[in-house]
Write a protein that binds this ligand. Structure first.
Ligand SMILES: Cc1ncc(COP(=O)(O)O)c(C=O)c1O
Length: 406
């Protein structure tokens, strides 16, 4: 019996090693990883440049806290802000913490400007921003909140991609509008460019901060380093985590100059935030990205994956609905009673790992280095799983192969 709390429905497989897009279990079996640790391992598993950076940093300096400066975090802050056109960075350890920091920054900024009634954090229906209380309060789906109430006050929601509702919702009490350029957890729903453009205008007109949560869709997943570049809309702050250090725990908030003085000494902090090893890994990630031409590769592979998923959807109209994709983030919605978790488990039996996302969809967030032959392998396995269901004329059988909780 596992000694771990049962808050995850872990699949009954134990991984011992990874290389590139492959993971290997304790029986030596290889799996093609099309979920990449949930949009984390952008360069693939055990990338030698990341491993070297981590090892070198571990031999040099592991921890000093944020009482002092250290080179990896300083350099990473300079690199990220320069690449994104921001002024300053705050580092933490995860995505939810990055959003907590952004929420606190937005409220403190208003407070410092003498606008103490400007406290509302406006988010979107379908949003997912994390599991700690502030980020959870900004998360739309009530299922994540059930039994954890009361939630913090001062959070409101506007329908995703509804420009008129957004115009009506942002007012002099709005500290920030927080939005994922592509909603990941709710099933890969891209924002419409016009929605983000109007958000930019209305936030400017009414004095609210525009914050993009790029934790899942940033760090090259859509092609460019930042998701906002793919939409041509510049936020006042962007939150990052997941792929930033290609698997080591780090989160970041990058902030534009006009909001960067909102947090002053003592206002916010984290013992481990931006500590030397994850910061060194994130720097190595940026350097490797630069040498690989990943922006173009991601666009090409993303288009290829989207095309192949479309073909699958057309071949199995009774089991699937139209796929949604942007860059190398894609979802294939499944029709009931075919359950996404059961389909993912069946794919795992075929040696392919995918995730699931809201609305009964399979989610694909593979390493950005995936190639066409690997996408073909994943799609062939998916075709085999779906063809079996179609041939059997029922979709119930898949349910029994669903993974246990480890
Ligand atoms: C858009 C988005 N924001 C925030 C988070 C929370 O990140 P973490 O799990 O690192 O706290 C996630 C995680 O899935 C996410 O997809």
């Amino acid at each position: 019996m596992s000694a771990l709390l049962e808050n995850y429905a872990r699949a009954p497989v134990t991984f011992v090693r990874g290389e590139g897009c492959e993971l290997y279990d304790d029986a030596g079996r290889a799996y093609l990883d099309c979920i990449g640790g949930i949009a984390v391992c952008a360069l693939g598993h055990a990338h030698p440049a990341i491993a070297d950076a981590v090892a070198e940093q571990a031999r040099t300096l592991v921890h000093v806290s944020n009482l002092y400066h250290h080179e990896p975090a300083g350099t990473l802050a300079r690199e990220l802000t320069a690449r994104g056109g921001f002024a300053r960075a705050f580092f933490c350890n995860s995505g939810t913490e990055a959003n907590e920091a952004a929420i606190k920054l937005a409220r403190k900024r208003a407070f410092r400007r003498g606008e103490s009634a400007r406290t509302t954090i406006l988010a979107c229906t379908g949003s997912f921003h994390g599991r700690t209380y502030g980020a959870l309060a900004a998360t739309a789906n009530d299922a994540y909140k059930q039994g954890f109430g009361p939630m913090p006050d001062g959070f409101a929601f506007v329908p995703f991609n509804d420009v008129a509702a957004l115009e009506a919702a942002i007012d002099e009490r709005t500290a920030a509008f927080v939005v994922e350029p592509v909603q990941g957890e709710s099933g890969v729903h891209p924002a419409e460019r016009a929605f983000l453009q109007r958000a930019r205008e209305v936030c400017d007109e009414r004095g609210a901060l525009l914050i993009f949560d790029e934790i899942q869709c940033g760090m090259g997943r859509l092609g460019p380093l930042f998701a906002f570049e793919a939409f041509g809309v510049r936020p006042d702050a962007v939150t990052m985590a997941k792929a930033l250090a290609n698997g080591l725990p780090i989160g970041a908030v990058l902030v534009a100059a006009h909001a960067a003085d909102a947090l002053q000494p003592g206002d916010h902090g984290s013992t481990f935030g931006g500590s030397p090893i994850p910061a060194a890994a994130a720097l190595a990630h940026l350097r490797v990205r630069d040498t690989l031409g990943l922006e173009e590769h991601t666009a090409r592979m993303g288009a290829y994956l989207a095309r192949r998923l479309q073909t699958i959807a057309e071949a199995h109209p009774h089991l699937t609905a139209a796929p949604r994709a942007m860059g190398l983030l894609a979802a294939l919605p499944l029709r009931e009673p075919l359950a996404a978790a059961a389909c993912a488990a069946a794919l795992r039996e075929h040696g392919v790992l995918v995730g699931t996302a809201g609305g009964n969809a399979l989610r694909f967030a593979p390493p950005l280095v995936i190639d066409e032959a690997q996408i073909d392998r994943a799609i062939d396995a998916l075709a085999a799983v779906l063809a079996l269901r179609q041939a059997q004329g029922d979709t119930e059988g898949l349910r029994v192969t669903q993974g246990g909780s480890g």
